[in-house]
Design a protein around this ligand. Sequence first.
Ligand SMILES: [Zn+2]
Length: 132
Amino acid sequence: MKPIKVLEYNIIKSFQMVKSDIAKLQAEISSLSSTLSSWSDTINSVLEQQKEFIDEIDELKRQISKLKAQQRSTINGLAAREKKYVSSVNSKKLHRADCVFAKNIKEDKKLFFSSRTQGLRKGLEPCKCIIT
Ligand SMILES: [Zn+2]
């Protein structure tokens, strides 16, 4: 082969190699891009699940606070059934249920206690009706 032919051959060969490298790179880029898009789908579905979990947790919190409210009213209801001692949410005095002051407390403000000790333990001061 003439030197000029060899040079031409080498140049053609080099371009072919570059071309095949570019093709390989394009294939890698396209595979990376599909990997990225599948990750992005995964991330989106995880975020979606997280949102659902948060909603479920909120729902559970609502149910718990509802149960707590029921529990409070049940406890108050049990004490109310005995209705021995009464105080008001607005005062620090503990009364017997038949005390005039106790009767003046509005029903929805009444707190009931089944025993004197139970009321006093809450830090309430005994009214005259209890002392005498
Ligand atoms: Zn009283």
